[in-house]
Ligand binder design. Structure first.
Ligand code: NDP
Length: 339
């Protein structure tokens, strides 16, 4: 059967396309420009040459325009929606929130009107739509209740680091609302996935670290340039390997019981000191300084995501960060990026 993947040329999107092709699906990739579509087709012609004929491109130039996805949804049996701006470098909340919310709602509207074969829609949300500021173990029952009100009340004067988080919260809430209001009329059900900080090798072959996708660029910068958690990243994170994120999206399509559910997608909670210790213990980076635990402290406020539901219902297996780190270094080393 055929699956539509939006944001297919993105970091996570490419891994999802790859897992679908490997699993025998036909894949329609939605991208913003013909160039991006060509690059994707070429990439998979090289990576999975026997699957080249199983991928087709649908151009959707502006996802904020109504009916943008009307053609893309026709004739597919499922949709995975990953397209959304991933950035904290933004001034005006609208620049991120509009594509996140209008893109998601527009897609659901198109699927409701033109996707008569669609059985399931999986939307990539984020743990940013789950975590608030209280230290505790978070589950799928939780919703971020700090970022959205900040944007709603303060608009352009809101904290900039809440804009992306609010965009994911608004988009996911809008998706559930649309589904609740239309579920008796549509052929499909809805599943949402909340990945943590996503790391791991990329599918394409960036020519320099500066061309790495968002979270991997942060990782490279944090690990190999700055090595000081205070600078770029939160000192600790709920991390997940990009390949596990892709696997979970495919499981969410295939497993009947996933319909109508949210699934947190995180492997484990860890600090930068944990990554450094792992690199040292595995002798992956002998030159790496030890890291000073006083400088790389475990934060006292621990906001930890539970991945129990995904393990139980979807059967997702999560890689450990030593596996992820090994594979990242294997990709970086031959390119001379480990200095
Ligand atoms: P990338 O930046 O690599 O990919 C984002 C994808 O979305 C690209 O295909 C991009 O297309 C598309 N996109 C972005 N903005 C727009 C827009 N305004 N209109 C149309 N398409 C757009 O990021 P990821 O692959 O990491 O992220 C994919 C999804 O996963 C997003 O929904 C993100 O919020 C979510 N996520 C990511 C996490 C992470 O740590 N990486 C964690 C949790 C959730 P183009 O190339 O044309 O810009």
């Amino acid at each position: 059967s055929k699956v539509l993947v939006t944001g297919a040329n993105g970091y996570i999107g490419q891994w999802i396309v790859r897992r679908l092709l490997e699993g025998g699906y036909l894949v329609r990739v939605a991208v913003r420009s013909a160039d991006k579509g060509d690059a994707l087709v070429k990439l998979f012609a090289k990576k999975l040459s026997d699957k080249e004929q199983n991928i087709e491109v649908s151009l959707v130039e502006d996802i904020t325009v109504e009916h943008a996805y009307d053609n893309a949804v026709q004739g597919v049996s499922a949709i995975i929606h990953t397209a959304s701006p991933l950035t904290y470098l933004v001034d005006d909340p609208k620049d991120v929130i509009d594509p996140a919310v209008k893109g998601t709602l527009g897609l659901l509207q198109s699927a409701a009107e033109h996707g008569k074969d669609v059985k399931r829609i999986v939307v990539t949300s984020s743990i940013k739509a789950v975590l608030s500021d209280k230290p505790k173990i978070y589950t799928e029952e939780d919703w971020n209740d700090v970022a959205a009100p900040e944007i709603e009340t303060k608009g352009k004067d809101a904290r900039k680091d809440y804009i992306y988080d609010a965009s994911k919260t608004f988009a996911e809430k809008a998706a559930w609302k649309f589904y609740e209001e239309n579920k008796s009329k549509v052929s499909w059900d809805l599943t949402t996935i909340q990945p943590g900080w996503v790391y791991g090798p990329t599918n394409d072959d960036p020519e320099s670290p500066m061309k790495l996708p968002g979270t991997m660029l942060l990782f490279w910068h944090q690990f190999f340039v700055v090595r000081d958690p205070a600078h770029v990243m939160p000192p600790a994170m709920n991390y997940v390997d990009v390949r596990d994120v892709a696997d979970m999206h495919v499981q969410a399509l295939e497993i009947d019981k996933a319909g109508g559910e949210r699934f947190i997608c995180t492997s484990q909670w860890c600090t930068w000191q944990d990554w450094l210790n792992t690199a040292r213990d595995l002798n992956l980076l002998p030159a790496l300084d030890k890291g000073d635990p006083a400088k790389y402290p475990a934060p006292s406020s621990q906001r930890i995501c539970s991945n129990e539901k995904a393990k139980k219902i979807l059967g997702t297996k999560f890689r450990s960060f030593s596996e992820t780190l090994k594979d990242i270094l294997e990709q970086f080393r031959p390119r001379g990026w480990l200095t």
